[in-house]
Design a protein around this ligand. Structure first.
Ligand code: AMP
Length: 594
């Protein structure tokens, strides 16, 4: 119900007084986007004027844009890695930031195969919390009555390590869920989760997921929205239900918790809420034992109004599967964020996934943009300010954060779709240099190439080599997995590599991929075993003929290292002579930070 006294937001009538305040804040920030940006930059530069990094560029206490732009270089992670490593090693002097670095956030982006370490400060947590606090007020404008039920969100913490200097290194969401902001959040009727903190904070992914699913089933009629951070996570939860519903139904019937849940905090919580419910157990059994799982989400959670998951960027590949399981429920992409910085939110969250635009909030950091030419792929060296980007153009995002990243290239390509007041809105186009992605993994061309090289060493003793290859991310399986097509040249047909050897090639490739990939395989189980499909000799020549018949230039033709165009994949699949999978898990342990 809208609050009449606060019908002040151009976005729409707020649902309550608290929402009105948040919507006013969004209006204020976006109306004054340039002034806010100027203030943010001045704050960052003034506060950090005495850091080793900024002193190096002799700003001489200047905090204005012109001096900043003329003196501070645009950088990538590798440029600032030595400073980051010193902080990780325990140097507490103000190297990048005047405020002490409180921990490192481990990005899913990697450098030399390892997660990038992003410095952060205590204060940044407040900034992230501020952005979170804006999401429900916006959602309430579009979906009324969310205070009448709960959200079933599958949220997880991941493993954390310490740097040699003793700072924690962990993913940004793990840091957030473990913070008091999350753990002791005040009751908000619009934001009640079915998952207890005990389950979200349990480091064992099976126990965490099992409990979250069990609570979601118990409260099935109260669930108004279902979510996970990324689409792949929600599908993994559905798969979990497929595999574990008999045990879940047993627990619901008997009102006792399986002995597979050993976490004392979870057991303590569930003792209080789990009661024998044979009717619900029967219902779960009836629904889940059906062969056909189409629309399972709305069958089990009939009051669900939307799915809250990111399906923009690489996650768009999961939209058809989500539609299948949910009977086409709206998909809400609410925010755009990273370990470096939280960027902004979607002011029209119930729009179609293809139309999602994120409004960058100018108070989060100082934002600049490098013009990107989608045809040539080239990126200009000139930087444009937030309010000066032009509708229809593509840009690479460059940020300057309070925590000590200055003119840092995030690696995301965004297209401007419009403005909300004077703040631009962006369609997420893609992340640069990502060839394959299933979950939070991001594999680039050189990593794939290295994997092929290492795996093909196993073929040398059979006088066999990989003459061509390509790949694709197969998301028809849950979890999805990488598929690599190989065309082999065997010089000694009497001694060609066996099925067993090619299976080992799959594992060898996985061993070569970056640590985020291996963590997804080993700890999160969010990626399935890598598959090699050997194709007939001459297949890649046919692929080239096909491309040329569609207008590619013979001279410029290059084998695509990743394919997702159906006719090409059909061609490749029709030429497959053998199929091989990793039979083991690659090696992965929480990273040691040198
Ligand atoms: P991480 O550093 O692991 O937190 O990953 C951050 C990256 O995830 C961003 O730079 C984007 O490439 C991607 N990402 C985050 N939010 C979204 C979104 N809403 N849509 C598409 N990609 C996103």
């Amino acid at each position: 119900m809208a609050v009449d006294s606060v019908i002040s937001s151009p976005l729409g009538p707020p649902a309550c007084e608290k929402d009105a305040k948040s919507l006013r804040f969004i209006e204020e920030m976006t109306r004054n986007a340039d002034a806010v940006q100027e203030r943010v930059l001045a704050e960052i530069l003034t506060r950090n004027a005495h850091t080793e990094y900024l002193k190096r560029f002799e700003l001489a206490a200047a905090a204005d844009r012109e001096t900043f732009k003329s003196k501070i270089p645009v950088i990538t992670y590798e440029d600032v890695q030595p400073e980051i490593q010193r902080i990780a090693n325990g140097d507490r002097s103000p190297i990048l930031s005047a405020h002490p670095i409180s921990e490192f956030l481990t990005s899913s982006g990697t450098s030399a195969g390892e997660r990038k370490l992003m410095p952060t400060t205590k204060e940044e947590l407040d900034r992230r919390q501020l952005l979170y606090s804006l999401l429900m007020p916006v959602m309430n404008l579009y979906v009324p009555g969310l205070d009448k039920g709960k959200g079933l969100y599958f949220l997880f913490v991941k493993s954390e390590t310490r740097t040699p200097g003793g700072l924690l290194a962990r993913p940004v969401l793990t840091s957030y869920y473990k913070s008091d902001h999350f753990k002791t959040r005040p009751y908000d009727p619009y934001n009640v989760y079915t998952s207890p903190n005990e389950a979200i904070l349990c480091p064992d992914s099976f126990q965490s997921m099992y409990t979250q699913m069990l609570c979601g089933l118990i409260e099935r009629n109260h669930v108004l929205r279902l979510g996970a951070v990324f689409a792949s996570g929600l599908l993994r939860a559905i798969r979990f239900l497929q595999l574990n519903w008999p045990e879940l139904a047993r627990d619901i019937r008997s009102g006792t918790l399986t002995s597979r849940i050993s976490d004392p905090a979870i057991r303590g919580y569930m003792e209080k809420v789990l009661k024998p419910d044979p009717v619900l157990a029967q219902f779960v059994t009836q629904q889940c034992s059906k062969e056909n799982w189409e629309g399972i989400i709305t069958r089990i959670w009939p009051n669900t109004k939307y799915l809250d998951v990111i399906v923009t960027g690489a996650m768009a590949q999961y939209i058809p599967t989500l539609n299948y399981y949910s009977g086409g429920l709206p998909l809400a992409c609410t925010m755009y964020a990273s370990s470096e910085c939280y960027f902004g939110l979607n002011l029209n969250p119930m729009c179609k996934p293809s139309e999602v635009s994120y409004t960058i909030m100018p108070n989060m950091a100082y934002f600049e943009f490098l013009l990107h030419d989608p045809d040539s792929g080239s990126i200009s060296s000139e930087l444009v300010d937030l309010v000066d980007v032009e509708v229809g153009k593509e840009y690479e995002l460059v940020i300057t954060t309070y925590a000590g990243l200055y003119r840092y290239r995030v690696g995301d390509i965004l297209r401007v779709t419009g403005f909300h007041n004077s703040a631009p809105q962006f369609h997420f186009v893609r992340r640069k240099n990502v060839l394959l992605s299933i979950d939070s993994d991001k594999t680039d061309e050189s990593e794939l190439q290295k994997g092929i090289e290492n795996a093909s060493k196993l073929l040398a003793e059979f006088n066999t080599s990989v003459v061509e290859y390509t790949s694709y991310a197969d998301t028809t399986t849950i979890p999805g997995h990488y598929v690599i097509y190989w065309e082999l040249l065997s010089k000694d047909s009497a001694n060609s590599p066996s099925h067993e050897v090619l299976n080992r090639c799959c594992l060898e490739m996985e061993e070569s991929l970056n640590s985020v990939y291996r963590q997804c395989r080993v700890a999160d189980h969010s990626i399935g075993p890598l598959e090699i499909r050997v194709v007939k000799n001459g297949t890649f020549e046919e692929l080239m003929d096909y491309a040329i018949s569609r207008g590619a230039s013979i001279n410029q033709y290059k084998v695509p290292r990743c394919v997702n165009f159906t006719p090409i994949m059909e061609l490749l699949d029709s030429r497959v002579v053998s199929v091989h999978f990793s039979k083991d898990l690659p090696h992965w342990t929480p990273e040691r930070r040198r």
